[in-house]
Write a protein that binds this ligand. Structure first.
Ligand code: CO
Length: 635
């Protein structure tokens, strides 16, 4: 069945509600699904680079939807592809032993089943908890520990928290020692383990106004006013600002995706990125005990950053002259829903852009820096992640992740500290953990064929060429193939990577490039042979490079939930494909190893991580010389 859309969408526009409903109707019309089938995901099949360049030359691009359907309450799924708007099912692949991201439906069923389970109820009663309505249950993805009971099932692992009052911070009072395993698809409790009673911590950990004494009263208003309006233009999903242009979409798993990021260089549209997103992230915990040792979460492939996106509020999440974009998703029951104000777009003053005071003449020139901000915030259980892409007047861009929310906690018997996590409040510890993000950067610097150069510095021995011993030498190595391109940062040598177009030269005759400027870059601390070590192989290196290959999008593979591991980057790059004379995709792992502080409790002030992409010979000189001086009053 077909449902016409009123205007012809751009090939990269996300599916609208009509297209999602048409795709669902088409797979239902095959008669191969019954009414209980659940829709884990319905997304656009994005055109590849070739189709998109054809579109630019006037050739149409067929629109297609990809559906991940769960036909039964087990570990099987169907990948279907439907053409739009005519609704022809052109692909139908049944897979067994793989799981989609954790369903909201499975989570609810897990909670209901557990609350009705006599073993779990007995564990609560043993801890003096009689009002089970005061217990918060958090279902988690389980990982994969080769437990035969979990084969063929969609499983959650559930931990419990006590809220004396609904306004309590749930994570202040973990009900320690009780760990339940639930078949969430069928609503069957598989196991309730009790590793021993630990008293509830005394504090409620609340953080609402007035909960911790009077609010401070000496902050004067700070308003951001743009009396003549903003300097950017949003036309559908196409955003342009200053010389920058890009298209935006919201993917249910990856969250905000940037497409076709380009820079208008005096009338020439110069591509930089074909596509950029967070392809995966993992949060492994470092306490080896039975209640916590299994804990890790892949917040893209097991939860979905887009599905967890907040509806943002003007004046709270975003300040100033704000433009929002909504996101439309399929529900698990094949309907649609809209996350209003999911993507926030605005401009920020960012201090000085450049300055010089000429000591001879006393003359100063200074320019203000300003950035375009495109952001969204995802809440994944206890944690919040804000993803902020920044575009600057000097041709650079940046991804900053803001980590906030509430830490995952552990009740500790009075006075007995654990070696695996600092105390953050009386009776309450927070285990060491990492947040490791993998940004996928599909590079098209001045065109589709790019290569990656590793740049390092080294000291030079004293000698006839270096009589004063001061010489510093820069070395540049081209990363020729995938195995050679599994790389890590090395601060002592200022190691960094350049994305180079060997066919495009700047005014100095050199190949144009952008460089990746890394920020905080831990790698995975869990053993490579551990469960999470096998499943999160992408997090063992800061850089991976692959040839541009359709279908290779998520760093831990398409279905990390309960996966045994090895999929994604480690598998793809083991082929050691060449990285020269081809389109390339760079994958950058960065993040935070979190040593919890008392100051992170009861709600964590934002911690930052991320990276910059900076032009390195892309322009012939400072591209921001034409930014005018601030009007009026600065001389
Ligand atoms: Co943390």
């Amino acid at each position: 069945m077909a449902m016409a859309t009123p205007t012809s969408p751009h090939p990269l526009d996300p599916l609208d509600a009509g297209e999602i409903l048409a795709a669902v109707a088409a797979v239902r019309a095959t008669g191969r699904l019954d009414e209980t089938a659940l829709f884990a995901m319905v997304t656009l099949v994005e055109p590849d680079r070739g189709q998109l360049s054809g579109y630019a030359e006037g050739r149409p691009v067929p629109r297609r939807a990809r559906l991940v359907v769960l036909p039964r309450p087990d570990a099987s799924l169907v990948e279907a592809t439907v053409t739009l708007p005519d609704g022809e099912v052109v692909e139908w692949v049944e897979r067994d032993g793989v799981r989609s991201a954790l369903l909201f439906d499975d989570s609810y069923r897990s909670i209901l089943a557990l609350k009705a389970d006599p073993r779990w109820q007995a564990a609560m009663h043993e801890r003096g908890i009689t009002d089970l309505d005061k217990v918060q249950i958090d279902p988690w993805p389980t990982g994969n520990f080769e437990n035969p009971d979990e084969e063929g099932r969609r499983v959650t692992r559930c931990i419990s928290y006590y809220r004396e009052d609904p306004t309590d911070n749930g994570y202040a009072r973990p009900i320690e020692g009780v760990l339940a395993t639930v078949d969430g698809a069928r609503g069957v409790v598989l196991d309730v383990a009790d590793f021993g009673v630990v008293p509830l911590p005394p504090g409620r950990g609340t953080y609402r106004p007035g909960d911790n004494g009077p609010d401070r009263a000496d902050l004067r208003p700070l308003e951001i006013v743009q009396p003549d309006g903003v300097s950017f233009t949003l036309d559908g999903h196409r955003l342009s600002w200053q010389r920058w242009s890009m298209r935006l979409s919201m993917h249910p798993l990856e969250g905000l995706v940037l497409h076709t990021v380009a820079y208008d260089d005096h009338g020439t549209e110069r591509p930089i990125l074909h596509r950029a997103s967070i392809s995966e992230m993992v949060v492994p915990y470092g306490d080896p005990g039975p209640t916590h040792g299994w804990k890790n979460a892949f917040d893209v492939g097991e939860w979905g950053l887009g599905r967890m996106a907040n509806s943002l509020t003007l004046g709270c999440d975003c300040l100033g002259e704000i433009t929002y974009l909504d996101a439309t998703f399929s529900s698990e029951h094949g309907k649609t829903y809209v996350v209003e104000n999911a993507i926030c777009i605005h401009e920020e003053d960012y201090g000085i852009l450049w300055k010089h005071l000429d000591m001879n003449t006393g003359h100063a020139e200074v320019r203000r820096s300003r950035r375009l901000v495109v952001s969204f915030i995802a809440t994944v259980g206890n944690y919040e992640y804000g993803f902020y892409w920044y575009f600057y007047l000097d041709g650079s861009l940046q991804l900053e992740v803001k980590l906030t929310g509430i830490m995952s906690t552990q009740a500790v018997t009075g006075g007995q500290e654990t070696p695996w996590g600092p105390m953050v409040a009386p009776g309450l510890a927070a285990p060491f953990h990492q947040h490791l993000f993998c940004a996928r950067l599909d590079m098209t610097v001045d065109g589709p064929v790019n290569e990656v150069h590793e740049v390092s510095f080294e000291s030079v021995p004293e000698g006839p060429d270096n009589p004063m011993g001061n010489a510093m030498r820069q070395t540049v190595i081209r990363l020729e193939s995938e195995l050679a391109a599994r790389r890590d940062v090395d601060p002592g040598s200022s190691r960094h990577w350049r994305f180079v177009n060997p066919a495009s030269r700047n005014g100095l005759g050199r190949p144009v490039a952008f460089k990746l400027l890394a920020g905080t870059t831990p790698t995975l601390l869990a053993q490579p042979t551990s469960s999470v070590g096998r499943r999160a192989g992408f997090a063992r290196h800061n850089l991976w490079v692959t040839p541009d290959t359709p279908g290779q999008v998520r760093a831990a593979g398409d279905y990390p939930n309960q996966h045994a591991g090895g999929d994604g980057l480690p598998a793809w790059t083991s082929a050691d494909r060449p990285l020269v004379d081809t389109g390339i995709v760079a994958w950058h792992t960065f993040g935070v190893t979190h040593s919890p502080r008392p100051e992170d409790w009861p709600v964590m002030p934002v911690e930052y991580c991320g990276f910059h992409l900076v032009p390195a010979g892309f322009f012939d000189s400072n591209p921001a010389l034409d930014v005018p001086p601030p009007p009026g009053h600065c001389h």
